[in-house]
Each structure stands twice: as structure tokens, then as C-alpha cells.
Design a protein around this ligand. Structure first.
Ligand code: HEC
Length: 443
């Protein structure tokens, strides 16, 4: 009896403190960077079974169309007791029911060790605030709750050979929450004044977008900027039936109060559809918090959060919206990418250009439907861009000689890498050129 008890306790401790990298034949995890800092301990011991999809959830009684802020807070509340600030880091309780994705700890934007952050798109001048200049960085860590993490358990049952179904489908009640940090100065971004500082092992000051060689990273201060949520909320009539998902975001707004983490988060926007065919800005499937006019939007470079009034966050590209980018989740990615960054915002007054942009990027796509169906894909990913990034990185690691052994099945079916065995380690300059080619995950 006693021995069995000890085994159970040890298994629990081991389970809740795994490395992000679980694949033994992979040795290039960016979480292990130079071994000088202790790595974040996020959970990858995914739940073995999917919870009952009929379990009641606190947000289900709230109508997101009429009470968007209440809905968002009900979702965020489910994460509140799981995360806190300790020693200038965001940490979990150890028992938090939130799990990270495997395979994001590779390449130039791969997870840094201190908080497990991946590098995101760096904001353009005027994105975060009227006065933010060029060069700031954004780094983020995202989690899935139990229903979502159970899917990750199925996908990564064999960590060196993940199994991607043709049509990924997250169960109802799946929630993802993502914390985005920035090194932008509060002198430039007024709502960050008074924000607690966190340590992250990131690129040098002024690096902006685009991943750099991880060996050049150093420990620097960042502040929490934005918290994203996504919810699979499609089971009942009146919920999000066009896309299956509801996406929303909060901004950290000073001065600091309460726990200086959740207590400072203010809802920015919520979205349950892309408003396809709406070319005049009369948006019905997004909500934007009017209190944040002149705080997170409302100046020349950023008149709106997302494209023509659709939802997006401060760190996001005004040419896009949450659901627009995420509806493009598939592997391999479509050749047109996740958004058209070339759209010139001066053209919002040009009806033909606006129509072309909206008709391509702002459809209401169901999770199992393929974005750009004229190009075949190995798998549609039900709005999960982390799964997309994970699929990409494992195949890149195989090609770049950082993953040894048989080529993951996925990499052959997606056409990424077709040889039966992963490359032998490449010459350093060849490997670097390959890794430098990779576009930042969030343009
Ligand atoms: C320009 C494209 C783009 C836009 C716009 C965008 N995202 Fe994402 N998002 C990504 C990418 C790429 C990832 C995965 C890589 C990562 O986490 O770094 C991601 C990851 C996430 C995740 C983690 C789970 C997942 O689906 O992979 C959440 C939650 C999320 N985004 C929410 C949002 C919300 C809410 C908005 C709008 C406020 C938004 N995103 C806007 C590109 C985008």
C-alpha cells in the first residue's frame, strides 16, 4: 500500500514538471538554451481521456452577442486560480489544468526557457499606441484546458511521430488562453505604466519581428501586454455556429491593482464571425470595447483594432482579425499564408481592393473545412495555429538534421520532407540558412 502511494505521488510530480521536448531523438530544444537558466515547468502530461462534452461551463449561460465582456470574464475566470507571478515569472500552481503544446521549442522563434515563450510578430509603429516606435518584440505562451489538451494527448501520443488526423476537431468546451508579453517601453505605451516586469530570455533590444539565432538571446525585462482566449462554443443553438469558435482578447491596463495580473485585464474585443461580405465596416460579428478608444485604437495608424472594425488585439495586424488568421490553420499552410500583409491601409477607401481582401480572408469557415481548398493539405487544424506551428517545426527539425531517425509520417504526407529518414546533422552554415528562411509565425 505504502509503496504504491509513493509511486503515485512520484508519477504526479514527474507528470506536472515535464520538459516541453518529450522526443528523445530530438536534441535542439530552445528551452534548454545554454543550460544557464532553469526552464519553465509547464504541463505536457496531457489528460488520457476527453471530458464529458455535456459538463456545464460557467460561460454557457452568458450570451456573447449581448454581454460580450461578461462572457469573456467568465472564460478568463477559469484560468485565474491557475497562474500567478513569482520571481519575475508567470508560473502555474503545478496542478493547473492547463497544458502547453509540444514542438514549439525549436528554431529562431522557438520557446525561450524562462517562461516558455515563443516569438510573435513585432508590432509596427503606432500599433500598440500612438507613440510606439519600431523594433519592440512580442513573446507569448499559450495553453489549452482539459478538453483541448486531451486532443494534444492523442496527437502527441508518440512525441517523435505525431498523429495528425485529416480533419482535427476540438471538442466543445475547449478553451485556449495565451499570455503575450512585450519589451516595449511604458514611456511609449502609456497603459503599461506600473506593470510588473517579468524576465524572459529573448532577442536583443530593437530586434522587432523575425526570429534571430537563439544563441544571441539574453535575459531582458518584458511586461504582460495582452491575454487572448479562444472557446469552442458550438454545441447549442444560438452559440457560435458559423465558425464553431469565439475568440477574444484583453489588454493589461495600468495602474497596477490587486494581483497586478488578472485584476488589470480589460476586455478589448470579442469575435464569433468574420462578417463575410461586409465591406463598409458595419460589423455585426465582433464586439469592440468603446472605453478603449484612444487607448488601444483611435489614431491615424490604428483607427480600428482589426480590419475595418473587426476584432483583434493591440499586438495584432490591423489588416486581419482573430478568426481570419486562425481559420487558415492547416498543414501545410496555404501558399498565401495567414494574412495579406501587403494590403495598403490607404486602400480602405477603394471598394474593389477592399472587396478582394475581404472575400479572400474574411470567410466564415467551419473548423473541419479547408482554407484555400484548391491546394490540398494533409490536415485541417480546427483553428489551432499552435498545432500548425508544431507540425511545421517537427518537419523542419527533421530536414535540418536536429531530429534523428525515421521521418515523421506527417512530414511525408504533407510533402514537407519525403525521405524515409531525417537528415544527418547539417553543416552549421547550411543549417542556419535553413532556419533563417522560416517566416515569423504571426505576421
Ligand atoms: C496574423 C495572424 C494572427 C492573428 C490576427 C491572431 N492570431 Fe492567434 N495565433 C496566431 C499564431 C501563428 C498562433 C500560434 C503560434 C504562437 O502561439 O506563437 C496563434 C495562437 C493563438 C492561441 C493559442 C491557441 C492556438 O489556436 O494556437 C490563441 C488562444 C490565440 N492565438 C488567440 C487569438 C486571438 C484572441 C486573436 C485576436 C485578438 C488572435 N489570436 C489573432 C496567429 C494569429
Amino acid at each position: 500500500m505504502r509503496a504504491a502511494g509513493v509511486v503515485v505521488v512520484l508519477a504526479m510530480i514527474a507528470g506536472s514538471s515535464c520538459q516541453a521536448d518529450e522526443c528523445q531523438s530530438f536534441s535542439a530544444s530552445t528551452m534548454k538554451a545554454n543550460g544557464t537558466v532553469a526552464a519553465a515547468k509547464w504541463r505536457v502530461d496531457y489528460p488520457p481521456v476527453r471530458p464529458n462534452p455535456n459538463d456545464p461551463q460557467p460561460w454557457e449561460s452568458v450570451d456573447f452577442r449581448t454581454k460580450p465582456a461578461d462572457y469573456m470574464n467568465a472564460v478568463l475566470n477559469t484560468a485565474k486560480t491557475s497562474f500567478k507571478i513569482a520571481d519575475r515569472r508567470l508560473v502555474g500552481t503545478g496542478q493547473e489544468e492547463w497544458w502547453i503544446s509540444q514542438w514549439l521549442d525549436y528554431g529562431n522563434s522557438g520557446r525561450e526557457p524562462l517562461m516558455g515563450l515563443t516569438k510573435e510578430r513585432g508590432p509596427d509603429p503606432g500599433d500598440l499606441s500612438k507613440t510606439n516606435t519600431r523594433g519592440s518584440q512580442v513573446w507569448a505562451v499559450g495553453f489549452y484546458n482539459k478538453p483541448g489538451a486531451a486532443v494534444f494527448g492523442e496527437v502527441f501520443a508518440e512525441p517523435c511521430n505525431p498523429s495528425f488526423p485529416v480533419a482535427m476537431k476540438f471538442p466543445n468546451d475547449t478553451v485556449s488562453v495565451k499570455f503575450l508579453f512585450t519589451d516595449a517601453s511604458p514611456d511609449e505605451v502609456a497603459y503599461l505604466q506600473g506593470a510588473p516586469e517579468y524576465d524572459a530570455f529573448i532577442d536583443n533590444l530593437g530586434a522587432g519581428s523575425g526570429g534571430q539565432d537563439p544563441s544571441t538571446r539574453t535575459i531582458r525585462s518584458v511586461r504582460l501586454l495582452q491575454v487572448d482566449i479562444s472557446v469552442k462554443d458550438s454545441a447549442k443553438t444560438g452559440r457560435s455556429l458559423d465558425t464553431g469558435w469565439v475568440f477574444g482578447t484583453f489588454v493589461w491596463r495600468g495602474p497596477a491593482k490587486g494581483d497586478a495580473l488578472f485584476d488589470n485585464l480589460v476586455p478589448v474585443s470579442l469575435q464569433w464571425g468574420n462578417d463575410p461580405g461586409v465591406y463598409d465596416g458595419a460589423i455585426r460579428e465582433s464586439w469592440i470595447n468603446p472605453d478603449l478608444r484612444n487607448v488601444t485604437y483611435g489614431w491615424d495608424q490604428r483607427l480600428t483594432m482589426g480590419f475595418m472594425g473587426r476584432a483583434n488585439g493591440p499586438a495584432d495586424n490591423i489588416r486581419s482579425s482573430c478568426l481570419s488568421c486562425h481559420s487558415a490553420a492547416r498543414t501545410p499552410r496555404a501558399s498565401i499564408g495567414l494574412l495579406d500583409n501587403r494590403f495598403n491601409m490607404d486602400d480602405v477607401a477603394n471598394p474593389a481592393k477592399v472587396k478582394a481582401h475581404i472575400d479572400t480572408w474574411f470567410q466564415n469557415i467551419k473548423g473541419s473545412q479547408l482554407f484555400q481548398p484548391s491546394e490540398p493539405a494533409a490536415s485541417t487544424l480546427d483553428y489551432s495555429l499552435q498545432l500548425e506551428a508544431a507540425a511545421f517545426r517537427i518537419c523542419l527539425a527533421c530536414q535540418a538534421g536536429d531530429l534523428r531517425g525515421p521521418t515523421p509520417t506527417l512530414c511525408r504526407s504533407s510533402g514537407f520532407y519525403n525521405r524515409p529518414v531525417c537528415n544527418a546533422p547539417l553543416e552549421a552554415s547550411v543549417r542556419k540558412r535553413l532556419l533563417d528562411l522560416v517566416p515569423p509565425p504571426r505576421q
